[in-house]
Design a protein around this ligand. Structure first.
Ligand code: GLN
Length: 303
């Protein structure tokens, strides 16, 4: 299989697409990103990386950061975390408050915003936000083999200024005793880890941590890798997770910056970036590119 030719073909197709979705505008700093970008990278357990398009341009990873913070929180706290957050697909928008009320402040899963705020709070437990953010960045640096991965302070500030819904979610969980640190500290830490910027090449390389093949980083136990992949498959695309499983068929996590990190267990890690989103808030061309990739490679977990 000529992976490089497959990626080149996908990038060429993406370049010609007129309907690219809409760039997230509720975080003003993200609204100025050019929707014309498209990048894709595949990292293999043997260390090879194949890439096409804008694969070396850093973009805001946003909710993709939730997979890394969840891994770190599980590493620190273990399965006790599941008493505070569920493991079921939400079927609701990523920032829905209705469901949280019906379920008494225990978020459905760690990838919707409410769930990720609980994970960030758990990761903070008695520590300064700076310590948590440094730990998150350092983990990414070590997975990527360099330290040129940063948080974009302007994006974090921009989200802080407009992040009323996330604060509402956090306040609501505080009222239900499911948030320990002060709301502003938790939301601030969350906005900052969402504002981490990575390139497709680096994100694919970092995602090898979830591939679980010989040659991949062994930061996470095989059991936990399986569970993280199950969560990405069932909850990684919010209320379009079922559609993503149907169309693409491997675990993935999207972010409103237009990135998708995907894992083909035992085989490869993929990162794709196209800033225009579909109606659910997932990268439009990114999803289509992964659909093309699975058609060309047969890399579905469903056979
Ligand atoms: N920081 C974003 C938010 O909280 C992340 C959402 C996303 O990427 N889906 O709204």
């Amino acid at each position: 299989m000529d992976l490089q030719a497959i990626l080149d073909g996908i990038a060429q197709d993406a370049a010609q697409q007129a309907d690219r979705g809409h760039v997230a505008s509720y975080i003003p700093e993200l609204a100025c990103i050019d929707p014309g970008h498209f990048g894709i990278a595949v990292a293999l357990p043997n260390g090879q990386i194949h890439a096409a398009g804008d694969a070396t341009t850093p973009f805001s990873i946003q909710s993709i950061s939730k997979v890394f913070t969840l891994s770190l929180a599980l590493g620190r706290i273990g399965d006790g975390l599941w008493s505070r957050v569920g493991r079921e697909p939400s079927g609701s928008r990523f920032n829905s408050i209705v469901q949280l009320e019906a379920e008494h402040g225990r978020p459905r899963n760690p990838f919707i915003n409410a769930g990720a705020l609980v994970v960030t709070d758990a990761l903070m437990a008695g520590r300064e936000p700076k310590t948590v953010l440094t730990e998150t960045l350092t983990t990414l640096h070590s997975l990527c083999g360099h330290d040129q991965i940063f948080m974009n302070a302007a994006v974090a500030t921009s989200e802080k200024q407009t992040g009323h819904t996330n604060r509402a979610l956090a306040e609501f969980m505080k009222a239900h005793g499911n948030l320990n640190s002060p709301v502003d500290l938790v939301t601030d830490t969350y906005f900052h880890h969402c504002a981490i910027e990575m390139t497709c090449r680096d994100l694919a390389k970092a995602a090898l941590a979830f591939v679980g093949a010989p040659g991949c980083p062994q930061l996470i136990s095989p059991t936990r890798i399986r569970r993280l992949n199950a969560l990405m498959l069932t909850c990684g695309h919010y209320d379009a997770s079922g559609d993503f499983a149907f169309r693409v068929g491997f675990p993935g996590k999207s972010g409103v910056g237009g990135g998708i990190m995907a894992v083909i267990p035992g085989r490869a890690a993929v990162a794709v970036w196209s800033p225009g989103l579909n109606a659910v808030g997932n990268s439009k061309l990114g999803t289509e590119a992964l659909e093309q990739l699975v058609q060309a490679t047969g890399w579905s977990v469903f056979g």
